[in-house]
Design a protein around this ligand. Structure first.
Ligand SMILES: [Mg+2]
Length: 209
């Protein structure tokens, strides 16, 4: 483990615009992997952009959780491009969701997931099922997929300790949002990708790292 730790510190920050891998890893293998461009990579914020039309690569099963749910929609990202904001160490990322037709900002989508782990090719995480949806026009917050999460916890997809940490993380961020004290700068809702940030088609080596 010491070797892993020293290895991680050798990775330099990814430069703006570089293409990296954003992966959900399950049972030591990629569950889903896709290329994104780096918007920011600092100790306070990692921001990456998933372009419309980008190739999604699904790991070879079987997985105890079953195939990744996005696989049902094919191997391209069909919705509007997504800016993903992550505060290093926190157990969620915040996705800036836009209307596919108009491009207008629609909602903050708080994806509860494992703290992003830096890899040689990008970042690795794992979805933790619970999501929080915060519409653009209000601070009202909607919890999503709590029942699915509790079912996963019940059947052992999360240990009792992991489940407690996930519930706490979701409750903490929900409380901050309700108080208007969310950690991210809400002007990210106006951010637009530079011209030419078109769909990416890379797939990455599929072994765990
Ligand atoms: Mg989720």
């Amino acid at each position: 483990m010491a070797e892993v730790a020293s290895q991680e510190t050798e990775f330099a920050a990814f430069a703006f615009g570089s293409v990296i891998e954003r992966r959900d890893e399950l049972e030591g293998r990629p569950w889903i992997s896709y290329p994104v461009r780096v918007v920011a990579d600092t100790p306070e914020l990692v921001a990456v952009y998933l372009s419309h039309g980008t190739l999604l690569t699904f790991g070879d099963g079987p997985f105890s959780w079953g195939p990744h749910p996005w696989g049902a929609f094919g191997d391209r990202w069909r919705s509007a491009g997504i800016l993903q904001l992550h505060r290093p160490g926190r157990g969620h990322s915040v996705w800036v969701l836009r209307d596919a037709g108009t491009g207008a900002f629609r909602e903050w989508y708080v994806n509860v997931e494992a703290p992003w782990r830096r890899t040689p090719t990008g970042f690795s995480t794992l979805d933790h099922e619970i999501d929080l949806v915060v519409p653009a026009d209000s601070r009202t917050l909607r919890w999503k997929d709590v029942e699915k999460f509790e079912e996963r916890a019940r059947i052992g997809h999360f240990s009792p300790e992991e489940a407690t940490a996930i519930r706490t993380e979701a409750a903490d961020v929900a409380r901050d949002i309700a108080a208007g004290e969310q950690w991210w700068d809400t002007s990210w809702s106006r951010w637009q990708p530079p011209a030419g940030w078109h769909a990416l088609m890379q797939s990455f080596e599929t072994e765990g790292s």
